[in-house]
Write a protein that binds this ligand. Structure first.
Ligand SMILES: [Zn+2]
Length: 441
């Protein structure tokens, strides 16, 4: 994305958002400080310039409305005292930029009219969505063009302590599911979200997009994140590895790629591990005899998508007795994975799959007491515990980029480390601020 980071205003925000005993959420309140009194006096004489769509609105009589049922470009202009020969001429000249027949009911438009008694329209501006707008200017010669409203990027910091599981904790912080999913995706290879436990902590630095300061337009990116699980740190920093192709990846504080050859789980993070790989498992039903479990059971709702945990080729996709609907994938000469009890399969034998591709859906076919996927991990033809394997990085950073990366993340790591948790917040409230990053396209 092409964006210029122009200003970094240190606007102070009020942050005392204690959401629960163990939670702290920074930067959700956008309360700006009141303007200085001297400034108000200085500009009291003339109305302040108001720019929108690239015009100073003070130069015009501004008429705003939305497209109504039965409205057309011609009727709108005619209502505003422009005759038909001219309307045809305008539509003809504008057609390469915008087809005036594409006006949609309910979308806003603006007419900029002369400030004299005639209030003659000189400009028609149509907004097909929050960001884009089309200008048809017929003040002198007729010209039409498309533009985008400036987007403001607001960097935010958040920290929290896990008191239940990740999604519950993130939900209670009123964070968008998109942010939760993005963070879960960043750590999909390195953290087992099921194993996150009460007292584990996290911090995230991310950027939200706003149009005209106030209209929320979604998550832009996650710049850095930190999880503390069992007192072990898990850092993640976003870094562009190929600026030409626009490829970015997440690496840890030692420049190790967070992506691995295998995902930790074939299910996105909303699951529960109901049974682990255990060669000495004893089951009451069988009179406490040893019944080894060579798979890992991920319990999830029927219909939850099941993902290939690594790139590979499907070697089996069939229905068989106790396994029910199952899929097996060969990844290379060493590793294979297998997924059992599917409700439905989504791949055929011989098909190439990529890591994260949906290969089927959770069900309870075959020998199973409840909906889950039994995930089996094969190394050299033997079933092993995937959680005990040291799996290779997906794509290690190149030596030439490594030094650059470490320089790049140094200040971000300082920023991340300085984000306080709830118990530190009271002394620190005053020092918290968001960094505003504005941009014009
Ligand atoms: Zn199983």
């Amino acid at each position: 994305m092409d964006r210029r980071r122009i200003t970094k205003l240190g606007i102070k925000y009020l942050i005392a958002c204690l959401l629960s005993i163990s939670l702290f959420l920074g930067c959700k309140e956008d309360k700006q400080q009141p303007p200085l009194v001297e400034e108000e006096l200085a500009i009291a004489e003339a109305p302040a310039d108001v720019y929108e769509f690239g015009f100073n609105l003070n130069d015009f009589v501004v008429k705003r409305d939305t497209i109504k049922k039965g409205d057309s470009f011609g009727e709108i202009l005619e209502r505003n005292k422009i005759g038909y020969p001219k309307i045809f001429h305008i539509a003809e000249k504008a057609k390469d930029t915008f087809d005036i027949r594409r006006l949609q009911v309910g979308k806003p438009y603006t007419l900029l009219c002369t400030k004299d008694s005639l209030q003659r329209p000189t400009c028609f501006i149509y907004q097909p969505n929050k960001v884009d707008y089309v200008v048809i200017n017929f003040q002198d010669s007729i010209h039409a063009y498309k533009r985008q409203k400036p987007i403001k990027f607001v960097e935010k910091e958040i920290s929290g302590t896990i008191y239940s599981n990740l999604s519950v904790t993130m939900d209670s912080l009123h964070l968008s599911p998109i942010l939760t999913n993005t963070v879960a995706d960043i750590y999909a290879w390195t953290l087992d979200f099921y194993k996150l436990q009460k007292g584990d902590k996290f911090k995230i630095i991310y950027t939200d997009k706003y149009i005209e300061d106030s209209i929320y337009a979604g998550l832009d990116n996650v710049k850095a994140a930190y999880f503390e699980h069992n007192n072990e740190p898990f850092y993640a920093f976003e870094f562009v590895t190929d600026s030409v192709k626009g490829i970015m990846d997440y690496f840890d504080e030692n420049a190790k790629n967070l992506r691995r050859a295998f995902l930790k789980s074939p299910i996105k993070f909303r699951y529960r591990i109901s049974s682990r790989y255990n060669l000495r498992r004893r089951i009451a039903y069988y009179g406490y005899k040893v019944r080894p479990h060579k798979g890992t059971d991920f319990a999830a709702a029927v219909g939850t998508p099941i993902m290939a945990t690594a790139n590979g080729t499907v070697t089996k996709s069939t229905y068989a007795g106790g396994n029910g609907n199952y899929v097996k994938i060969r990844h290379n000469s060493t590793y294979e994975t297998q997924y059992l009890h599917m409700k439905r399969r989504n791949v055929k034998v011989g098909q190439h799959v990529k890591q994260g591709d949906v290969i089927g859906w959770v069900g309870m076919t075959g020998n199973t007491g409840g909906p889950h996927v039994c995930y089996r991990f094969w190394k050299n033809g033997k079933q092993v515990d995937p959680f005990r394997q040291k799996l290779p990085e997906a794509e290690p950073i190149s030596d030439s980029l490594k030094a650059k990366y470490l320089d790049f993340i140094a200040p971000i790591k300082v920023q991340l480390d300085a984000i306080p948790y709830d118990d530190e917040i009271f002394e620190d409230t005053i020092n918290n601020n968001n960094n505003l990053i504005t941009s014009n396209n």
